[in-house]
Design a protein around this ligand. Structure first.
Ligand code: ACO
Length: 348
């Protein structure tokens, strides 16, 4: 056995305001039937005016820390039972401000003192990248316990008249606590597969607001401040990259698809999830789905799906799990673990 990062806490948070398909259809040229059939989404949540990504990140972080405390209390022989963490990694593509990063403010509001805290931007793959970063820092001995958060508020960057993106995206945050442990323990992160293809950078983008299309003091060209996505090629790339990345990881870890109990994939579109399952030769019941209730919450998607699946008993201790994500960049990434006996502190 070797030193490994072990998942020991899980939490999630959603904003208070839910938006139904019918409410969207009252504002835009769309329908509940189109959205459900083409995406599988029935509901998404959006932040209130003045509410930001860090507010959701703090709520999810608090809940993950509470979940880790309960685990430590119930597990008297758990290594590192002290509740505090010495690293915060926040995956987001909707930071509170372009500068500074959002993570230090989140760590401060969580009362974590002067711990290292930084953002990771890999859009919908952000959580897997953040998990790999924190796990690597733990295995290298740079950190002992890490809070890894995925949080996004895409409602703040969507074009109000774009029926496609408004139907898909929702706001939210999810978080896990990692502690140093052994590779043979349940919850140990057993391996990662990460990749990118910048040749597809324009498929998922916000054109204005960075150094390429910099601020001149004038409003940006129409629509350039909003998130834009080319749905069809993104769909194809999501299926190819999540299934190929999962398969590479399975080979590395020494599992076959038949050994797998659950795939927790980025919740982009239920048709994408089923296509990934089909590519891997899995049955629908092996694919965790919660996008019907929350939409695509970007970096929050995988930890929120884990929270819901664990809370509902769809994911149980001992399950062999692959997490897989795909998003802007283009980026993709997968992680493997045996699910630990933890109690998620879920969204209210
Ligand atoms: N309501 C009604 N009609 C719609 C809507 C809507 N909400 N949105 C699009 N349409 C229309 C289109 O305008 C088009 O009309 P047309 O034929 O008259 O031009 C028609 O529906 C079909 O459009 P398609 O784009 O071909 O529809 P498709 O079945 O491919 O579904 C979708 C579109 C849902 C966007 C799909 O392509 C998809 O899910 N893509 C992947 C998105 C994704 O995974 N994003 C995650 C990564 S993003 C990130 O990392 C932040």
């Amino acid at each position: 056995m070797s030193r490994a990062a072990v998942v020991c806490g899980l939490g999630g948070a959603l904003p208070a305001t839910a938006v139904t398909n019918e409410e969207l259809a009252a504002q835009l040229d769309t329908s509940d039937q189109w959205i459900r059939t083409r995406t599988g989404i029935g509901l998404r949540y959006v932040v209130a005016p003045g509410e930001s990504t860090s507010d959701l990140a703090v709520a999810a972080g608090e809940r993950a820390l509470e979940s880790a405390r309960r685990k430590a209390d119930s597990d008297s022989d758990a290594a590192g039972t002290e509740a505090e963490v010495d690293l915060v990694v926040l995956a987001t593509s909707t930071p509170d401000r372009p500068c500074p990063g959002t993570a230090p403010g989140v760590a401060h509001r969580l009362g974590l003192g002067t711990v290292p805290a930084f953002d990771v931007a890999a859009v919908c793959t952000g959580f897997v990248y953040a998990l790999a970063t924190a796990a690597s820092m733990i295995t290298a001995g740079v950190a002992e316990r890490a809070l890894v958060i995925g949080a996004d508020t895409f409602s703040t960057i969507l074009d109000p008249v774009d029926r496609t993106t408004r139907a898909i995206f929702g706001d939210g945050a999810g978080a896990v606590v990692l502690r140093a442990g052994e590779s043979g323990e349940p919850g140990a992160l057993l391996g990662f597969d990460l990749g990118s293809d910048g040749g597809g950078a324009d498929l998922i983008t916000v054109r204005a607001g960075g150094s390429r299309q910099r601020s001149t003091g004038e409003p940006p060209a129409e629509g350039d401040q909003f998130f834009a996505m080319e749905g069809r090629p993104v769909f194809t790339q999501a299926v190819i990259n999540m299934s190929e990345s999962s398969q590479r990881l399975l080979d590395r870890v020494g599992w076959t698809p038949g050994d797998l109990d659950k795939v927790v994939a980025h919740q982009a579109n239920v048709r994408i999830l089923h296509a990934v399952g089909e590519q891997l030769g899995l049955e629908d019941k092996q694919i965790v789905v919660n996008l019907d209730r929350v939409g695509n919450t970007v970096a929050a998607s995988i930890p929120l799906a884990l929270s819901d699946a664990a809370a509902e008993g769809d994911l149980v201790p001992g399950h062999r799990v692959v997490l897989t994500g795909f998003g802007g960049g283009l980026t993709w990434g997968s992680a493997a673990l045996v699910w630990p006996d933890i109690e998620p502190v879920t969204r209210s």
